[in-house]
Structure formats: C-alpha cells, structure tokens
Design a protein around this ligand. Structure first.
Ligand code: NAD
Ligand code: WQD
Length: 343
C-alpha cells in the first residue's frame, strides 16, 4: 500500500511540483485547493508528467466544516504538506485581515482536523522572511526571528508558533521548511509559476518582459552595499525544493525525527544579485532584456542567503540545479504559456 499524503495548495506553483515529486517517489496524493490562485487544469498537467492523476478536492480550508469533511473522506493519510496560503507581500500590507484570516484559519483548521483523526506528520511551507534583515550571513536556523516587515511575513511567524504550541500538547510532529527564493519551472515545461496580474517577484517579471507582456523590468535600487549595487538573494530551483519535501516526508514517516518540531532552511547556500539574474537570463535565453534602474522597493533588504548545512546533513538533501537551470526552465515555461501549449 502506498503512503497517502494530503497536499493543501497542491495545484499552486510550489505545491504542483511537490505533487509530481511525491508521485514519482511512490506516494499517493490528494490535493486540497480552493483554486483562488491556481487552476484545476494543473491536475491534468501533473498526470501528463507522472502518468498518475492525483485525487483533487475543491476545499476552502478557511471553512472548518469543509476541512473536517475532507479528513472524514480521507482517513488513511500518512501526512499533510501544507502550502495553502496567500503569498503576496505588498497585497498583505494593503489587506492584512484577509491575509491573517486565510493563512491562519487554514492552518488551524487543518491542524484541528489532523488531531481529530490522529494524523501526526505535518510539513509546513515557511519562508526566509522570518529572518528579516539578518545580523550575519549566511543565515542559519538558529538566527533570531526578526519583527516581521509585512502581515504576510507575520502569518509565517505566527504559523510556526501555532505549530510549535500544538506539538507541545499533542502527538503531532512537524517539519517547517523555510524557503529562500523559489524560482524556475518543471523540466517537462508542463507546470510552472502562474502569477495573477502583474508579477511581484523578479523571475516571472523577467520572463513576462522578455515575452512582451511587460514593457520594461524595473530593477529596484542599484545603490545597495553589494558588489554591483543590486540586492542579493538565494534563488532555488523549484524542482530542488520538491526533492527536499519528499526527504522531509520520508524522515517523518520513517520516524527519524530527533525532535518533534524541526526547521530547515531550503536554499542553495549562495546568493546572486538582481543584475546577475538578468545576465544569466539573457545568456540562457538569448533574449536581450529591457530593464531600467528604479528606486528601492520599500521593505527590501540588501542581501540574504542561506546556511543549508542542516538540510544537507540531517535531511540528506542538497540543491543541485544552478541559476542557468532556473532561468532556462522559467523561460521555456513562459514560452509554452505564450504558445498556448498549456491551457
Ligand atoms: P501559490 O499561490 O501558487 O499556491 C498556493 C495555493 O494555495 C494556490 O493553489 C491557492 O489556490 C491555494 N489556497 C490558498 N488559500 C487557500 C484556502 N483557503 N483553501 C484552499 N486552498 C487555498 O503559492 P506558492 O508560491 O506555490 O506558495 C506555496 C506556499 O509556499 C505558500 O504557503 C507560500 O507562503 C509559501 N512560500 C512561497 C514562496 C514563494 O516565493 N513562492 C516563498 C516562501 C514560502
Ligand atoms: C527579488 C529581488 C527585488 C521585482 C519574496 C518575499 C519573501 C519570499 C520570497 C514568500 C529583490 C528585485 C523584484 C522587480 C526587482 N516569499 N526585484 N524588480 O522580495 O526577495 O522575496 O519572495 O515567502 O517573503 O518577500 O523576492 O522576487 O520579489 O525580489 O528589482 O520587478 O528582485 O528588489 O531584490 P523577495 P522578489
């Protein structure tokens, strides 16, 4: 019998890649998503890649009754990976209550249903945003969690606390994965990021500018105290991220956790500047990108990259793909979307 994993937010950008990796690693998957930021067709795309159609449940996890019903229907789960959340930093500044409501209620309802059904393995999508502007680099998991810059970031901090408190009073065990900057698309070119409206994030803005959907990329600030003046981030390929989730699930199911609440950074361990990302995109795509320097974006920190030793040594996982792979796959995905090959 295959172990069955519930993936909340599984038709989303990161979730869909994890569903593919889980299925390719022999897990059965149920996706629960309300499609507020993804499309049902992603389930078909996943089937094209893996040959297996995951179960799909249209559920709004803000709704506690609907969440309980989902768990009533799927009583045989070995674990849950929780991606379902809103994720746009700027939007969260404008609509904080909508962010707190969605991200926290979805988490609480999922945890309550898990406790009710004695499902104890929980993997959570956290973020490097909890480190704010770190005191030293690379940043490791022991670094202090800084006061959040945005309500979105605060939902990740509060979520980690809710999980920790729940673990202290139940048999739940969790692994929180703090992603740095996930980018790129699946090597099949069949799934990738689908930003709604104007993208906030760098890589989808680059590919949309290159394809002609946007006029020009604004590089936010070229006067930072970095070698070329632009901000530095730890970009990580979404396929590498997917492998780390499978490693986390296998660790939990195999009862290998040393503590009931574990946290791992997921990055490559190296930083790249915005200009390096642009140059790498131009090199791998052969497209000259239209960009101009603009004012700093409020809330941006100059630089951050991960110390990944813990994930490397304890999870036995290491990012393998480089910035060329990230840009190449993101560009293939954008072109496939433009050619109408996906939807
Ligand atoms: P995404 O928006 O593509 O995926 C999230 C999915 O959750 C979507 O399919 C959406 O429809 C679903 N969803 C949202 N609210 C829901 C609800 N109430 N009920 C059911 N489904 C709901 O985002 P993503 O980039 O794949 O991010 C996944 C997770 O990873 C999020 O928790 C995000 O905060 C976290 N994260 C993302 C990044 C990033 O840069 N993309 C970085 C760090 C952490
Ligand atoms: C990367 C760099 C921008 C767009 C965000 C969230 C973080 C996490 C990952 C979820 C920065 C620059 C961007 C543009 C630009 N998400 N940029 N022009 O801000 O590092 O992290 O996603 O948890 O919480 O804050 O990612 O892709 O927005 O920006 O110059 O049009 O690109 O200034 O230096 P960020 P990003």
């Amino acid at each position: 019998m295959k172990n069955k994993i519930l993936v909340t937010g599984g038709t989303g950008y990161i979730g869909s890649h994890i569903v593919v990796e889980l299925q390719n690693s022999g897990f059965a998957v149920v996706i629960a998503d309300n499609l507020c930021n993804s499309k049902k067709e992603i389930v078909i795309q996943i089937e094209k890649i893996t040959g297996v159609k995951p179960d799909f449940e249209l559920v709004d996890l803000k709704d506690s009754g609907a969440t309980l019903q989902l768990f009533e229907k799927h009583k045989d789960l070995s674990g849950v990976i929780h991606f379902a959340a809103y994720k746009a930093v700027g939007e969260s500044m404008e609509f904080p209550l909508i962010y707190y409501h969605n991200n926290l209620f979805s988490l609480i309802n999922t945890l309550q249903a898990m406790l009710k059904h004695n499902i104890n393995n929980f993997v959570f999508s956290s973020s490097c945003t909890v480190y704010g502007d770190p005191d030293s680099l690379p940043v490791d998991e022991k670094a202090v969690v800084k006061p959040p810059i945005s309500p979105y970031g605060n939902t990740k901090q509060i979520s980690e606390e809710i999980i920790s408190d729940t673990i202290n009073t139940s048999s739940l065990q969790s692994i929180s994965l703090r992603y740095f900057n996930p980018v790129g698309a699946h090597s099949s070119g069949l799934i990738g990021e689908l930003p709604l409206g104007v993208p906030n994030n760098l890589v989808p803005f680059i590919t949309q500018t290159a394809i002609g959907k946007r006029d020009v990329l604004k590089v936010f600030g070229n006067d930072y105290p970095t070698p070329d003046g632009t901000c530095i981030r730890d970009y990580i390929h979404v396929e590498d991220l997917a492998k780390a989730h499978v490693a986390a699930v296998e660790r939990m199911i195999g009862q290998k956790q040393k503590e009931n609440c574990e946290i791992f950074n997921l990055g490559t361990g190296a930083g790249n500047s915005v200009l390096e990302v642009i140059k790498t995109f131009e090199k791998t795509s052969g497209v000259k990108l239209r960009y101009q320097f603009a004012d700093r974006r409020p809330g941006d920190i100059p630089e951050v990259w991960a110390d990944t030793s813990l994930a490397n040594n304890v999870l036995g996982w290491k990012a393998r793909k480089n910035l060329d792979d990230m840009m190449r796959s993101a560009w293939i995905w954008e072109q496939n979307l433009a050619k109408g090959k996906i939807f």
